[in-house]
Unconditional design. Structure first.
Length: 116
């Protein structure tokens, strides 16, 4: 992610052009740390606010999962994240909080939707 950002910034001053110049396709579960890493770069290094950083991230990254089998989905213990990528973990928690808030708004009083 750092190399993509570095190459983009070498030739582009306008961050708004990032999704037009960079497209990242994530496949399966292991590369999905690209999402919080791009958010970290935009928030902490480029000094974007959350909403602008999230907009750029959503317009830059796409995701395909080739399986629904639970045993094929990569899972890490939480303490790995805490030790190895603590800032990205904070961002993951914030993405999740905002997502759940959106579910609550869309489906008020629907605990099943929230659990799903």
């Amino acid at each position: 992610m750092a190399d993509l950002v570095r190459r983009f910034r070498r030739d582009n001053a306008d961050w708004n052009a990032f999704p037009d110049k960079v497209a990242i396709q994530l496949n399966d579960t292991h590369p999905t740390l690209a999402v919080p890493e791009l958010m970290r770069i935009l928030l902490d290094e480029a000094a974007f606010g959350w909403d602008a950083a999230w907009d750029l991230t959503q317009r830059t990254l796409a995701y395909t999962n080739h399986t629904l089998l639970p045993e094929a989905l990569e899972r890490w213990p939480l303490h790995y994240f805490q030790q190895i990528v603590p800032r990205q973990l904070e961002i993951i928690f914030e993405i999740n909080r905002r997502f759940l808030d959106d579910v609550r708004r869309r489906y008020p009083n629907d605990d099943a939707a929230l659990r799903a």
